[in-house]
Design a protein around this ligand. Structure first.
Ligand code: HEC
Length: 437
């Protein structure tokens, strides 16, 4: 109950390591495992359980993990449930899942090149080009990333006028000179003959804002009217999400070349970080604009029981950690209030959490009844949700796919199919949904 959200329902691993593979980073003896459970690895997202669980319970957990390992071996527990005939039946369309490129690597984001190939990031730092079902490359001389905890190479997106200017944008966590730890940064560059060239720095914060924490980096992109929007998570320092002098726990808006727009909400407010567009955002993991209304929508990876979908508006406070519908992963409370004046409510929240990640408005024609629906991915839940939005409100939430692996990202392809990145499961890598009559 306490461990599944990160380690998987069968302890097979998720955002936290597998506890049944007999690989023990912090020592394999009972005493060493109990010590990790007691004191956690806070900077990497493993919480300390000593104030939640008694010594007896910690001891029982060690025994339980040993048993689960034995069971997993006996029953081949990691096999997935496939729908009958491979067809997923949903309310508006039936579909099958088709592998585009198989990979066991932790792919994070993807975007489509004009020639039909796909660019995809691997969190440990590689940028790959997917051609004919294969990951090729990696692209040489991409920026050096700080691949620590949830950090590494994150978002990739082509500039909307890529065919004229060749710009490709990347976000990643990096260490910097004079800084301790890491922080999210944005660059743009071009690819020529398999190399990353012409790099320009688009967003980087001063060294004092870097932290040792390995969690909550954000950071998907949206291009709109010459602006670039992206999020940075609270970096595990939750109270900073309310502090407008700091860049973490925020959605930012900058010009595409990195300049700060004069009309940003906190420009001119003393001490405020000028690129802030909204604040009180815990860990923005998905961002997209509604294809018709232009509204900016975000998915926010919440605490336990507090995942959110938000409509992001200029200067608004989304409340983290003063208000939330969730609690700490250990089951202890964060706050007893879920709403407060001056703080926006989510358009939707999930209790229990789905471990929400990338989102995308479907814009293709292959699934006509899904046009302009918002798709949201789930990591721990291994779910793909279809959200129907009417006049700025979410009026339906349907799970269209489940149990096929952790879903990291979703994107409408130029061919009208809906693409997903799966980390694990039978289709691990890149796959797409194709309609079935
Ligand atoms: C909020 C997410 C989260 C929850 C909940 C969580 N863990 Fe972890 N745990 C992690 C992460 C992340 C790591 C990997 C840390 C690292 O890479 O060093 C980890 C590592 C561990 C390790 C060390 C594994 C090794 O290789 O040595 C043990 C043991 C462990 N967790 C046990 C538990 C138990 C038991 C529970 C439930 C009482 C639990 N965890 C709940 C995130 C979590």
């Amino acid at each position: 109950m306490n461990c599944a959200s990160c380690h998987g329902s069968q302890l097979q691993g998720g955002e936290g390591s597998s506890l049944i593979d007999d690989v023990w980073k912090y020592g394999s003896s009972d005493a060493e495992i109990a010590e990790t459970i007691r004191n956690g690895v806070p900077d990497l997202g493993m919480i300390a359980w000593k104030d939640v669980l008694s010594e007896k319970e910690i001891r029982s957990l060690v025994i339980f993990m040993r048993e689960q390992k034995q069971l997993a071996e006996k029953e081949g527990l990691l096999e997935r449930v496939q729908p009958e005939g491979g067809v997923f039946k949903t309310e508006a369309h039936d579909f099958k899942l088709v592998q585009v490129a198989k990979s066991k690597r932790l792919l994070w984001s993807l975007d489509f090149m004009p020639d039909g190939s796909i660019l995809t990031t691997e969190r440990n730092g590689n940028l790959w080009l997917v051609k004919d079902g294969q990951l090729t490359g990696p692209i040489k001389e991409t920026p050096k990333v700080w691949a620590y905890g949830q950090g590494g190479l994150l978002e990739v997106a082509l500039h909307p006028n890529y065919e004229e200017n060749g710009w490709i944008y990347l976000s990643f966590s990096e260490t910097a000179k004079g800084a301790s730890g890491g922080m999210t940064a944005v660059v743009r560059g071009r690819i020529e003959k398999g190399r990353w060239i012409d790099q320009e720095e688009i967003f980087q914060v001063p060294a004092k804002f870097y932290t040792r924490s390995g969690v909550h980096f954000g950071s998907r992109f949206v291009f709109q009217d010459g602006y670039l929007f992206f999020g940075i998570g609270d970096r595990g320092r939750r109270e900073m999400a309310q502090d407008i002098t700091r860049p973490n726990g925020k959605i930012h808006r900058i010009h595409e070349d990195g300049r700060i727009p004069e009309d940003n909400p906190f420009v001119g407010v003393e001490g405020a970080y000028p690129s802030i567009w909204s604040y009180g955002n815990r860990n923005p993991q998905g961002l997209d604009t509604h294809p018709v209304t232009g509204e900016l929508w975000e998915s926010e990876h919440g605490p336990r029981g507090g995942d959110e979908i938000n409509k992001i508006e200029r200067g608004v406070n989304y409340g983290w950690p003063v208000i939330t519908h969730g609690m700490n992963y250990g089951g202890t409370p964060i706050t007893d209030i879920t709403e407060k004046e001056g703080m926006a409510q989510p358009a939707l929240y999930w209790t229990p959490s789905i471990a929400v990640c990338g989102i995308d408005f479907y814009e293709g024609d292959r699934f006509p009844n899904w046009k302009y629906n918002l798709f949201a991915t789930g990591l721990a839940s291994e779910e793909l949700h279809r959200l129907v939005i009417e006049e700025g409100e979410i009026v339906k939430d349907e799970i269209v796919m489940k149990n096929q692996g952790r879903i990291r990202d979703v994107a409408s392809g130029p061919d009208g199919f809906l693409y997903v990145i799966l980390n694990g499961g039978p289709y691990s890598g890149i796959a797409r949904l194709e309609p079935v009559e």
